[in-house]
Ligand binder design. Sequence first.
Ligand code: EPZ
Length: 427
Amino acid sequence: MDRIRIKGGRPLSGTIPISGAKNAALPLMAAALLSERPLALAGVPNLADIDTMARLLAELGVEIEIEAEGKGADRGLRLAARDVKSLVAPYDLVRKMRASVLVLGPLLARFGKAKVSLPGGCAIGTRPIDLHLAGLQQLGARIELTDGYVVAAAPKGLVGAEIQIAKVSVGATENLMMAASLARGRTVLDNAAREPEIEDLAECLNAMGARVQGAGGNRIVIDGVERLGGAAHRVLPDRIEAATYALAAAVAGGEVTLRGASALHLGAVLERLQAAGAEIEELPDGLRIARNGTRPRGVDVMTQPFPGFPTDVQAQMMALAAIAEGASMITETVFENRFMHVPELARMGANITVHGASAIVRGVAVLRGAPVMATDLRASVSLVLAGLAAEGETVVNRVYHLDRGYERLEAKLAAAGAEVERLRERG
Ligand code: EPZ
């Protein structure tokens, strides 16, 4: 397994290009199942999770072409679900990536049935899909759970309904929005998630001929249509990747320009970064983040659904808190087990005490590099960030977690002045 080695102590400088959003591209790829006409996606990031979704869709019979790799990270995917030959999403693919469950709504809406493996838990929590299934039942689907699979049927098609989603859920909102786009009549999603990726999906669905209003708010109205057509859509920039590199600059010190980052999608993160002492400047094509000289200050953070502070940036914020002046209280309200980076940061000298859903971080002046273990995507990258500031050398193991969500991470950091390299394991 590849590893990443970081020699700490170097400030960052230069420009980091932000890629298309993983968590937008995944549902957008699933949306291709809703139509027999091709969907052309631009700005698709080159990530392991995207490859997994492409493999799943290909197994279902979707024709996928990777269009000419544009300059840098820009790449296009053309997906055509003209001849779908299978309606089964198998366990071995779904367990690798939970977002596979996003094919359930589209398959059910277009073909009247679907068989999708239950995803099972993952490192950060049990992550059930009960809200997805409850909503699909309200749209008229019959749902059975057999042999670890969800077997869904709607032989007469789906019928629009008023759905109160019991808990804010990005995936449930996406699955139900896609399913409702081909249901008969009107569907209202109350307590919908408001993430920008949901707005991006709605924009693409409407380009395909759907009638979705209110995405980005907590009440989305979908008027079903007979069929959807093709479309061309550019994936919006990855706000979590941008937040990660903004924090890298705050942790390592220096000044970076994040090309393609949008302040609109990063409000809560930028507010906390400024409170910690970083300087933020909005540019015409991105953001400039600087932290020179003065040590960052400890700040409190509580993760919330958008527009609150993103749970996907909690681990990275903890790397900043670890070296800040003073204490920070970091509370994780979205997932039940998302502090796996704590023991690894502690091995680098961080002083962190976890009390249930909160971690008290008492900043230390110096972290020391060490061999550390990655456990999930965002925990892994927080170890890389800590390595940027640590004295000496940090080697992060199991970087396949990183490859799921960060495109060319070591190349982007090295181009911004970090001393970081990938150690390829032979065999
Ligand atoms: C999406 O996951 C993201 N993944 C996650 O990013 C992100 O952390 C999460 O949203 C929250 O923002 C993708 O978009 C592919 P949820 P999702 O449904 O949709 C509970 C990353 O690092 N829940 O909003 O699975 C759930 O257990 C990943 O890129 C139910 O109880 O998240 C969690 O506690 C990690 N029942 C909370 O809701 C359900 O049916 C929020 O989950 C669904 C969810």
